[in-house]
Design a protein around this ligand. Sequence first.
Ligand code: ZN
Length: 412
Amino acid sequence: MTRPAAASGAVRQGTLRELNLAVVLGRIAAAPRPPSRADVAAATGLTRATVSAVVDDLIAGRLVAESEPAPRAGAGRPARGLVLAGTGPAGLGLEVNVDYLAACVVDLTGRVRHHTVRRADLRPLSPADALARLAALAAAARADAQRQGLTLAGAALAVPGLVDAAGLVRLAPNLGWRDVAVGDLLAAHPPLVDPVPGIPPLVVDNEANLAALGELHADPTGPASFLHVSGEVGIGAGIVLDGALFRGVRGWSGEIGHLPVDPQGRPCRCGGRGCLERYAGQEAVLAAAGLAGADLPADTAAARLADLAAVGDPAARAALAEAGRALGVAVAAVVNLLDLDTVVLGGGYALLTPWLRPPVLAEVSRRVITAGWSPVTVRPSALGPEAAVVGAAGSVVRRIVADPAGWLGRPG
Ligand SMILES: [Zn+2]
């Protein structure tokens, strides 16, 4: 079990064949419309004969398929386009959060083929018991994937906490987890995936990081640099700079929930005072809206607040205004430091963007010294509360596309 390499663009030393497989598959994946073999040859500089041989291997290995030829006016036989295969390897995304578990399967084309969420307060459970429930969800996802002709080639697990380089969950304060060896605990259950050389069977990563990556890849035309803030019971952020996640020295960047918005303020589980989470986290917002103890899962809590705010409920409106003000103070600090122009509100915040955006923008315009020349855009995430688990599955798929030789060379 490993974490993703810091620089995902690193090219592994491989044979010429391995390199050609990756170049051709990468070209097919990136093309705006299904390319012909001749198009791939022209774009990569490889000979047509080489491209044809490589494409045949990719088709035989269920990584690429030929699309139906598009009707074409004029003479000549229309060429078939090459597309990523929808029945072949797929990625398993898993998520453990404070009040739900989730599993999803994403195929090579990026389509979500399976998605289940189980609501449960996981705080009373031991890590082993919580992960046993997750393993059952994963087994159901794997069986469903097999029924659809997909093979799970790797898994990535999103957790709301700090994960070290060996995949150990050092601290997940809202779950009460400390030094949890997730991989060892999951190893007591049936395997999550079919092992593929070169693809780690399980990567454990911070949920805010995976959500930001999910957002980055959900919209290839979107901004290359942005801050993605996931609002759940805890608040995490993923910092994307120039198309890559900024992880920090130990992979622990983005703990925006513990930026102080009032240094003398409310005590926090982390030991500090006045952390953002204590003003804009799900529990604080529910309490301010008069819904304390309602014990609603993240998306239900957000939906309930959105419904109340939409009909003008004064307590809900005031709670969201206060949460947005606190969020704006923290976001302004990040924007001042990193010079970003886009803030994406994800997790439970996605649904609440209409009410959070105005107070966030008010604080940003008051506190960001460059705001007068470079306005900051605040928008909801495209993937919403599913961003982390979909991003997790997508991270596996991108590994397969970047290095298809392992899949093609796997035993059986
Ligand atoms: Zn804190």
